[in-house]
Each structure stands twice: as structure tokens, then as C-alpha cells.
Design a protein around this ligand. Structure first.
Ligand code: UD1
Ligand code: UDP
Length: 368
């Protein structure tokens, strides 16, 4: 059974890790990892392969950065070539990045069956490139693994044609493992931080960086105003570029409350997240992780695909055009009442994905 996983960006590698481990337990599966090259800095790519003990990608297509059309187009061409040459029984894609959509379109083009892990999520905001990537990928997938019951409902409402399975979300098992591994992480000492004495910040959405100088300036205004709050900010390369281009870097460097650091590896990041008093973010993965770690999350977006985190009171959507809303949430807001529930499944997603794939592929192989 020949399976290819197409990955390219940080969240893809993190999701690949438990799936690869699960697939590796079945000797009949030959798993090939195709890296598109969307992310290429050590801290955005290789660090995760090392940390999760993933094998080096079998193929790196080295597409790199570019406009969405260039990047996705180049990926499709190069992935399709590999798929046509090597003949796989299944292509797997993860999440909602350009690498996800490119892998999906190349699978369809090369008449290879397609599985989408983390399918069915919707922000219902088509201004986000990720929303387009999710919708298109879901509608051309043969096998759809949904992270939440809401995601299953979204897929049914859209009448997608593939086989839908509720798997739960991979983050449950990934975060658990990272928390265990975090016992050995010295990230708090390295950064001279006491537990619960700081806010963790991550920002990288297009709408908060390159596409909106106003939103970026608003977030920066909030950082400056929160001068009595230590803010730790592992900076995504897109955000660093936007900060430099908009000439905010000198002023931010002077902010005594702000610790700008390079992106971290996963175990260090989860340890930092777990020990934060609050998290401010526009990341999809980080909203989920905050919920699983029971850390209040303030999301600088107007909407989210992880609606359960908001409904259960652990995530507050504050947008990114009103600095006061961000400041007040950091200073005053706290989750009330509701306890986090197991809305992301029981931590068995990778085994569920593998078992379903094996049984579906076996039945297809018998049919042929
Ligand atoms: C991508 C995904 C986004 C995901 C994010 C995770 C899409 C449309 N977006 O956004 O869904 O949340 O990854 O981190 O696929 N850059 C570097 N080094 C790198 C990678 C990027 O310097 O290793 C810089 C380049 O200037 C590049 C910019 O970051 O142009 C944006 O990178 P890109 O991969 O296009 O999008 P992300 O913002 O990373
Ligand atoms: N992450 C990390 N190091 C960092 C910042 C984030 O390991 O410095 C992890 C984080 O835990 C998250 C994952 O990277 O689950 C992907 O997050 P990102 O915000 O890049 O993408 P998104 O989830 O929004 O697609």
C-alpha cells in the first residue's frame, strides 16, 4: 500500500508527525513524505522533523515563497510529476495551507485517491486564503477526516461527496506528548520567565500583517499600551517582514515589556503556552492548544473555525482593528463558568485515520 503525504508549512509538519507514527506501525504501508518547500527556514521546517523524529522528506520540491498563484501553481506542477512517476494508492493532505490545496489538486490530476485530514472546518470568511483552501480540498477529497462534530455537520451541509469520518483532532495527542516532553525543556529558564507571569503572542495571518498595515499597527499599539505586562512574541517570518517593512521595528525593540524571539520548536512552544497567563493569537492551531492547555485565549480575528473554544468560553474574539478591545481582554477578561470539554476527541485521531484508510484501501484494491 503506497501512501504519499504532501506537506509544506509548519502546521502541516506538526499534523504529519502522529499520522506518520501511526502509519509506520503497519508494515504493509509504504509512506512517502513530499515536502513542497513552502516553509524552508530551520525554525519553520527542519526543527519539526528533528523534534518529532520524522524521517527526512523523501522529496523536497523547494518551491519556496511567492504570490499565492505562483506558489500553488508551481507546487501542483511539481507534485503531479512525482505522483505520475511513482504511482501511489493514496495522497494525504493536512489542514488548510497552499501545500494542502496543491497536494489535493495534484492528486486529482494524477487520478490518485485523496484523503484530507482536518477537514470540514469553516470560518465562513472567504477573505482568508485558508478558507478557500479548505473548501476546495474538502470537495475533491475521497476520504475526509473531521476534527469536530461541527466540522462533520459543515461537510454534510455542503453535500461533499467523499467518505466522512469523525476522527477527533490530532492536536489532542500531539499536545499531550509535547506536555510530557516539556518536562525536559528549559525554555522558561532560557528566557528568564516565571510561570504565569507573561502573555504569549503569535500573529501571522495575512489580514493582520502584509494585507493590513492598519490591523498590524493596532496590534502594535496594544502591545505598547500593555507596558506593565510581559509579552513574549515568537515572530513568524511573514510578521517580521511586515513589521520591518512598515518601519515599526525600532519602536517595538524599545518596548521594555516585549520579548521578540525567533519561532520556537514545538515542545518549547507548548511549554511556553502552558505557562502563559493568557495567549493572544490569530493562529488556528494555537487557539486549540490554548483550549487543551486550559489557558485563556484572546483571538485577534473576527471569526474562527474552532467555534467550540469560543462557545465554551475559553476563547474571546476581539478582532484586530480596535486596540482597546485587545488591551481590555488582556487586562480584564477571564473565562467564566464552563469547563473545557473533550470537543476535539479522545486523542485517538491518528489511529482512527490509519485504520479507516487501511480498510478503505484494502476494499478498493480488492475491487480492482
Ligand atoms: C502559511 C499558511 C497559513 C499557516 C502558516 C503557518 C497558506 C495560504 N498560508 O502562511 O495557513 O497558518 O503558513 O505558519 O498556505 N517566510 C520565510 N521563511 C519561511 C517561510 C516563509 O521567510 O520558511 C516568509 C516569506 O517572506 C514568505 C512569507 O513568510 O513570503 C509568508 O510565507 P507563506 O508560506 O507564503 O505563508 P505563511 O504566512 O507562512
Ligand atoms: N508553533 C511552534 N512554534 C512557534 C509558534 C507556533 O511550534 O514559535 C506551533 C503552534 O503550536 C501551532 C503550529 O505551530 O500549533 C502551527 O501554527 P501556525 O500559527 O503557524 O499556523 P496555523 O495553525 O494558524 O495554521
Amino acid at each position: 500500500m503506497k501512501i504519499a503525504s504532501v506537506v509544506g508549512a509548519r502546521p502541516n509538519f506538526i499534523k504529519l508527525a502522529p499520522v506518520h507514527k501511526a502509519l509506520a506501525r503497519n508494515p504493509e504501508i509504504e509512506h512517502t513524505i513530499i515536502h513542497t518547500g513552502q516553509h524552508y527556514d530551520f525554525e519553520m521546517s527542519e526543527i519539526f522533523f528533528k523534534e518529532f523524529k520524522l524521517p527526512k522528506p523523501d522529496i523536497n520540491l523547494k518551491v519556496g515563497s511567492g504570490t499565492p498563484g505562483y506558489q500553488t501553481g508551481e507546487m501542483i506542477k511539481r507534485i503531479e510529476k512525482v505522483l505520475l512517476r511513482s504511482g501511489f494508492d493514496l495522497v494525504m493532505v493536512y489542514g488548510d495551507t497552499n501545500s494542502t490545496l496543491a497536494g489535493a489538486l495534484a492528486a486529482v490530476g494524477s487520478k490518485t485517491r485523496l484523503a484530507h485530514v482536518e477537514s470540514g472546518l469553516r470560518s465562513f470568511d472567504r477573505r482568508m486564503p485558508e478558507e478557500t483552501n479548505r473548501v476546495l480540498t474538502d470537495h475533491i477529497s475521497n476520504y475526509l477526516f473531521a476534527s469536530t462534530r461541527t466540522a462533520v455537520g459543515n461537510l454534510r451541509k455542503e453535500s461533499v461527496q467523499g467518505d466522512i469520518v469523525y476522527s477527533g483532532d490530532l492536536s489532542v495527542e500531539i499536545v499531550d506528548e509535547a506536555v510530557r516532553a516539556g518536562a525536559k525543556s528549559d525554555v522558561l529558564d532560557r528566557l528568564s520567565l516565571e510561570p504565569k507571569s507573561y502573555v504569549l503572542l503569535t500573529i501571522h495571518r495575512v489580514e493582520n500583517t502584509t494585507a493590513s498595515p492598519h490591523n498590524l499597527a493596532t496590534i502594535i499599539k496594544a502591545i505598547k499600551a500593555l507596558k506593565d505586562t510581559t509579552i513574549v512574541f515568537p515572530i513568524h517570518p511573514r510578521t517580521l517582514k511586515a513589521i520591518k517593512d512598515s518601519r515599526h521595528l525600532p519602536a517595538l525593540s524599545r518596548c521594555k515589556n516585549l520579548r521578540m524571539i525567533k519561532p520556537l520548536g514545538y515542545v518549547d512552544f507548548v511549554k511556553l503556552a502552558r505557562n502563559a497567563s493568557k495567549i493572544v493569537t490569530d493562529s488556528g492551531g494555537v487557539q486549540k492548544e490554548a483550549f487543551l492547555l486550559k489557558v485563556p485565549c484572546i483571538t485577534t480575528r473576527r471569526n474562527t473555525e474552532w467555534v467550540e473554544t469560543v462557545d465554551l468560553g475559553w476563547n474571546k474574539l476581539v478582532g484586530s482593528s480596535d486596540a482597546q478591545a485587545i488591551i481590555e481582554a488582556v487586562q480584564k477578561w477571564a473565562p467564566v463558568g464552563k469547563k473545557p470539554r473533550a470537543v476535539f476527541g479522545q486523542g485517538k485521531a491518528s489511529a482512527i485515520v490509519r485504520d479507516r484508510i487501511v480498510s478503505l484501501l484494502e476494499s478498493k484494491i480488492e475491487e480492482n
